[in-house]
Ligand binder design. Structure first.
Ligand code: NDP
Ligand code: 8X3
Length: 255
């Protein structure tokens, strides 16, 4: 965005966690935003709050629904259609089961949202970046895309796929001058574990007790750093953990 005074960022999964914190930080730094998610009420509230700082457009769609993805992105008014930055963030884990106990609906949700959803959104936005011979795509991977952990199986597979796609996009879009990079967080306290454990809030909060987990704002801060580097600098791949975490399975908890 270094050459563009009024950049437009398209953020998927902006209704909570990392996407929400990124939308807020971008807005207060005068980056215009298109915020996406399925929860329309949250999008409307966020638009009201952030329109004080910047231009905001909301798009409600499910990234699993490819027709809805293309229809939503096609419907963007002209002033929001020239996207400079794409934050491929929408995603979740569904369940934490040993592979033989895995639930097929959970498996499909993770592959459809985390992998295919990311592809649909990218496919819809890439043509205009290619036309401009400029753009910046940031993929939100995970430590789960660098290291497989017990019962992580399909979620890890989905995030390994994000890692592969991050590399593949960087290679194939190189000829157009489009920057592609990933940030791979460790434990971040968001709605992630509420979704993974299907509303079992005790299990969700246990994930983040006994140590200081990352907050969504910590990741947003790094995403903002990535997009504000000079245009010849591309942060290609970052792994970020709380200090208390040393690997996907080693967390120094003081209980
Ligand atoms: P949250 O659950 O807080 O946020 C997930 C976001 O994704 C929500 O805004 C949700 O919006 C959106 N989303 C989920 N499913 C869909 C769908 N089918 N269609 C459209 N949007 C969808 O979790 P995080 O902020 O933690 O997660 C953001 C990203 O970070 C994910 O890709 C996750 O895998 C990754 N990550 C998270 C880590 C963590 O420890 N929290 C660590 C490493 C990576 P809505 O429900 O409104 O559709
Ligand atoms: C989330 C990271 O290790 O909590 O992507 O599953 S982990």
């Amino acid at each position: 965005i270094s050459n563009n005074e009024k950049p437009i960022a398209f953020i998927t999964g902006a209704t909570s966690g990392i996407g929400l914190a990124t939308a807020k930080l971008f807005a207060t730094n005068k980056i215009n935003i298109v915020i996406c998610g399925r929860r329309k009420k949250r999008l409307a509230e966020l638009k009201k709050e952030l329109s004080r700082h910047t231009k905001v457009f909301t798009l409600a769609f499910d990234v699993q629904d490819k027709k809805a993805v293309f229809k939503a992105i096609d419907s963007l008014p002209e002033e929001f259609s020239d996207i400079d930055i794409l934050i491929n963030n929408a995603g979740n884990a569904h369940g934490l089961d040993s592979i033989e106990d895995g639930n097929l609906d959970d498996w499909e949700a993770m592959l459809d949202i985390n992998v295919k959803g990311l592809l649909y959104v990218s496919k819809a936005i890439m043509p205009q970046m290619i036309k401009n011979k400029a753009g910046h795509i940031i993929n939100i991977g995970s430590i789960a895309g660098k290291e497989v952990y017990p019962m992580g199986n399909v979620y890890c597979a989905s995030k390994y796929a994000v890692d592969a796609l991050n590399q593949g996009m960087r290679i194939d879009l190189n000829k157009y001058g489009i920057r592609v990079g990933a940030i791979n967080p460790g434990l971040v306290e968001t709605e992630f574990s509420k979704v993974r454990f299907k509303g079992d809030n005790g299990r969700a909060s246990d994930t983040y007790t006994g140590y200081q987990p990352l907050q969504a704002e910590d990741i947003a801060d790094i995403i903002h750093f990535m997009v504000t580097r000079p245009s010849h600098v591309n942060i290609a791949d970052l792994l970020v953990m709380p200090t208390a975490q040393a690997s996907a399975t080693i967390v120094n908890k003081k209980l």
